[in-house]
Structure formats: structure tokens, C-alpha cells
Ligand binder design. Sequence first.
Ligand code: AMP
Length: 418
Amino acid sequence: MQTIDTYNFQGKRALIRVDFNVPLNDKFEITDDTRMRAAVPTIKKVLEGGGSVILMSHLGRPKGVDEKYSLKHIRKHLEELLGQPVKFADDCVGEDAKRQAAALQPGEVLLLENLRFHAEEEGKPRGLAEDATDEEKKAAKAAVKESQKQFVADLASLGDAWINDAFGTAHRAHASTALIAAYFPNDKMFGYIMERELNAVDNVMKNPRRPFTAIMGGSKVSTKIDIIMNLMDKVDNLILGGGMTYTFKAALGGHVGKSICETDKFDLALDILRIAKEKGVNLVLSNETLAGDAFSNDANTMICDPMNIPDGWEGLDIGPATREEFARIIENSATILWNGPVGVFEIPKFAEGSRAVAEAIVRATEKGAFSLIGGGDSVAAINQFGLADKVSYVSTGGGALLEYIEGKELPGITAIRG
Ligand code: AMP
């Protein structure tokens, strides 16, 4: 397999699938350029190796050509980040893109317009009438799949090598993230962002040092079930926190007041407890809740047993004894995965549990543990506590990371690894 460090880019045009899906305000100013900054090392590597670069990305969810989602809005900032001019093609395929790509000289950069201006990027039909029949839907899908072939070929014709550096879309089998690979059997590779993400996740999922502890939080067990089941074969300790706690406690016969509780998931919760026992996994649930009488920072609070929460009260965080218990387990771990806050961290009164988890992960990391934080809200939490640079790795992957942890094959990874 080629890698970006071994490949000879001399005189080559590298088509790089980047993730420039950055947030823009209503003046089209970039409000967070993290993803763009992260892509710079991969781009520079190609340029310094004597190649030229063609960047392709999506931005937002346009339904067709839509100025609002044009990548031209980010061109100037890209030029600043790279310290050089960036050419722009206002369609990612077609004659102009072809001409500009062919004319690229070593050291030059061309940015293509939003891939999702074409339905073929995702391969999903657009503009179907609400009352379309199944037949019509099927025909539209077949049509876009057919025209997608030409789109993929047109994109591929722009470059000599393909680099996938967009981990955030690695779980999608789109034209630029996966299908295009067929045109570059010997000239495809991951960029540095992808390499780093994969190393981090593989450190955790493939070769964890033990003890391996996963902390799963968030609101509902139903959305985390695939991850929990896949982790069950790998972890030593599985700490379950957040809103899902109360589904478990209620399933065990507890009284959870007005806590979030999925009454149709009791069997599932009991299954999880049984499977953990069978597999010898130490499944840890909170034994002490910080309950509130309202979902707000003005709520009155009390510490109680999650098996016995009074009516009118809801469990919104873990209590101090559970904070200590979770922290002790985390600190004694050599590999740590954290997905999902253990309380309503957005409300300061109920953020202390998640803060205690984050701080314990930092202490474990200082002692040599490998820690990976990933999946939406735990990333927001670790950032809120200002601790993101004190853990081993904070994934930018979101949905892609979660699917990888669920044990699913990601098309953007398979396209390169085979
Ligand atoms: P998820 O998207 O499933 O990972 O859920 C994340 C959300 O779960 C966050 O917004 C938290 O505020 C919320 N959450 C965590 N603990 C609780 C709880 N005890 N009750 C209600 N929501 C919670």
C-alpha cells in the first residue's frame, strides 16, 4: 500500500479529498477553520514533493448549485493558510476544471467547486416529487447511479493520484470518498488526517493495552446499542453513564422519577447486563445520582439513589461518590475510549460528572494511558473544559468514528486498504 510519505509526487497532480465543510456565518466568514488548518500538512507534503494539488470537498447540504454553499467563500482563507495563490474552478467537473487541472504546474493548487452541487457525488436522486411512486423513485435512483459513473470518471481524469484525507465522510460510499479509488489502483493513499485518525482508533479497537475502559454516555441506550455490543468483546471495564442509566435502573425495578427513560428498551438493557456478565466485562452503572427538579441551571438539586428517585425529580448527572468511582477505574486504565457525556454537561450545575471523567482521563494520560475522545458531545465537553490538548487524541470523525467503533466497514477506508 502506498503512503503519503513513500509516494513520489514529482510532477504528479494529486487529487485530494479534503473536508472543508466548515461553518460559515451569514457574511460567509469562516467561524471555525479547524478542518482547513488540519488539511495543510497533507497539501504541503505534495507540494514540497514536487507535485501539484487539486482539492475537492463538499460544503453543507446543497440541493443543487447554490451560491450559499460555494467553496469560493473559503478560497481567500485557504490562500492565507497555505501562503500562496489558489486557483478556482467553478464546477468540479467539465471543460474548465479539466483545462485548469491539465495546466497545473508543480507547486500550484487548484480548488474545485462544491462536489455536492452534483447529485452524482452522493449518488442520491434529487428533486423527486413528494408523491413519487416507488417505481419512480427506483428509476430516479437507477438514473443517478448511471450518471454517477461518468461523474466519477470525470473527477478521476483530473489527477494522477488520489489522496483521501476526509475522515468525516469516510463512512459514505460517495464518488470522491470511495468510488474514485477504482481509477487509482496503485496511486491511492490516506492523507495525514486520515492516518492519524486511523492510528488512534486502531490503537483502541485493535491493539488496546489493558485494562481497557470505555465510558459511554449520552441520552439514550437505543442510539448506542451497536457500539456497546461491539465493545463488549474488547473492553475490561464498560462505564455506562448519562441518560441511559435510568433505562437500566428502571429495567432492574428502580423508580426513576421523571428521568429520561426508554421503557421499550428494558429487555435490551437486561440483555446488555447479562452479556457483560457472560463475557466477564466489568459493567459499571452509577449508584449515586445528582437529580434536579427542572432541566435548567436554576433547578433545585439533590443527591439520591438512581434506583429511588422521587416523583418530579430527574437524574441529570452523577453524584460525587460515583464521580470518584468512575475516576478511580479510569485512572487505573491503560486504554480509554470516551463517547458521550455522563450528565447534562451543557448546564453548569450538571457538568461536574463529565468534568470529573475528563480530568480522570487527563490524569491517566499523564501516567501513560492512551485516551481517545470521540463522537459529538464528548468532544464538545472536553473542549468546554479546556482539556482537549491533554488527552491522546480527540477525533474529528463524528459519525464516521462511531461507525468504526461499531465495527462497521467504512467505504472510504476500504477503498484504500482494500
Ligand atoms: P447523545 O447525542 O446520545 O450522545 O447525547 C448527548 C446528550 O445527552 C447531551 O446533550 C447531554 O446533555 C445529554 N444527557 C447526558 N446525561 C443526561 C441525563 N441524565 N438526562 C438527560 N440528558 C442527558
